[in-house]
Design a protein around this ligand. Structure first.
Ligand SMILES: [Zn+2]
Length: 395
């Protein structure tokens, strides 16, 4: 297996949307303004801890960024939210970025909420008949669970307010907890690239509880690769738009939770490679950082691919990048995706159970060696498959 080619495929799956090379006189602010995006957004996409940039540095830009990189900031009159802001004709659809509905015009992210709007409620704030527990800390790329218990837990709603202004699908969606008998849960997600605290808000009638969870970065160091420029050419495949629409439709599903048992591995007795979930990488010298949205498991062609849990097949077909792809909806906003298979054993609409064979390992799509690329997405955002395996819920 050619690891380099796997990485190349990963580059494509990570999305290499817009890029901008820093020129003399540029500041992070002028670049953001000229592209109709926020400084925070550019910082997050490029893993920048501050505002220091250097001439020649290549910055990744959001998919929705307008393509007027040389326009002086002062001559650009389009407001960030202007629907007339042009989209680059060379902009490449990314499997992994923006949260807009399929086919919708992409607009820059809204500003984050104010500090006051994100401020935790005073210690000791309680909701009548509902107690809330959350992890003490989360890590970038985590799935996690808010637990609501008590006689009125089913009536509460939850929003993750810190998602507003983040490059995330359906930020701060109003979520109703799922569960029964006074024990309810809402799934959370920490988008890759995020290092600011997660802020959640639980509402029950007029009562509000708001709190924050610190978010730690991933421990992996950035891999610096030098991949050929033809990578971007591959991204122009005409079938990509349909592929992205198909997966976005799957990400938008909000069916009831169907699993009742812990999640199980998709391949029996196979370990993941070092190109594991969340690995940050640059693909050209000095380039922008992007992330790996799944976990790769090398295995011989024909190795059975197993459903990680009960669910409904919502996609089963061949796509330019993901190859023979199965997507299973498990409910509660969680879908699992199985890329690059040599053959598929299920069809759209099939109900599958944990451990059921859904296909076989292969190397279809953008892949040079047989392996399974597994993704676990919470409301469309990639979470670490390791958070799920052998557990009923992430911690
Ligand atoms: Zn992969």
């Amino acid at each position: 297996m050619n690891r380099r080619t796997l990485l190349l495929a990963a580059a494509l799956l990570s999305g290499m949307a817009g890029a901008y090379t820093v020129k003399t006189g540029d500041t992070l602010y002028s670049i953001a303004r000229a592209h109709g995006v926020t400084v925070v957004e550019v910082q997050r996409l490029n893993n920048l801890g501050g505002t220091v940039i250097s001439v020649g540095q290549v910055l990744r830009l959001p998919e929705g960024a307008s393509a007027v990189p040389t326009a002086p900031a002062t001559s650009r009159t389009a407001a960030p939210n202007s629907p007339a802001a042009p989209t680059s004709p060379s902009a490449v659809p990314s499997p992994s970025t923006r949260s807009t509905a399929p086919g919708a015009a992409q607009t820059p992210l809204p500003p984050r909420l104010s500090a006051a709007e994100l401020a935790p409620t005073p210690a000791g704030t309680r909701l009548s008949g509902v107690s809330v527990s959350a992890p003490e800390q989360v890590t970038m790329g985590d799935a996690f669970v808010l637990r609501l218990s008590g006689p009125r837990a089913a009536e509460a709603t939850v929003r993750f307010l810190s998602e507003v202004g983040e490059d995330v699908r359906r930020p701060a969606e109003v979520l109703r907890p799922g569960g029964a008998a006074g024990e309810y849960r809402v799934l959370g997600r920490v988008v890759l690239g995020k290092t600011t605290p997660v802020v959640y808000e639980v509402r029950l009638g007029d009562e509000v509880l708001r709190a924050r969870i610190p978010a730690a970065p991933l421990s992996q160091t950035v891999q610096h690769l030098n991949l050929p420029s033809r990578v971007s050419g591959v991204l122009q495949d005409a079938g990509r738009a349909a592929e992205e629409r198909a997966v976005e439709n799957a990400y938008a599903l909000r069916s009831p939770q169907v699993w009742t048992r812990p999640f199980a591995p998709a391949l029996a007795n196979r370990a993941a490679t070092s190109s594991s979930f969340g690995q940050p990488r640059t693909y050209v010298a000095g380039g922008a950082v992007s992330y790996h949205y799944g976990t790769d498991y090398p295995a011989p062609t024909g190795t059975p691919v197993l459903a990680v849990n009960d669910g409904t097949v919502v996609l089963a077909g061949k796509y330019p990048v993901r190859g023979n792809l199965v997507v299973i909806d498990h409910g509660a906003g969680l879908v699992s995706l199985y890329f690059h298979q040599s053959r598929l054993n299920v069809r759209v609409g099939d109900k599958v159970t944990r451990g059921q064979k859904i296909g076989e390992v292969g190397s279809t799509g953008l892949s040079a060696g047989p392996h399974l690329h597994l993704e676990m997405r919470v409301r469309g955002e990639a979470t670490d498959p390791a958070d799920w395996m052998n557990r009923l819920w992430p911690r």
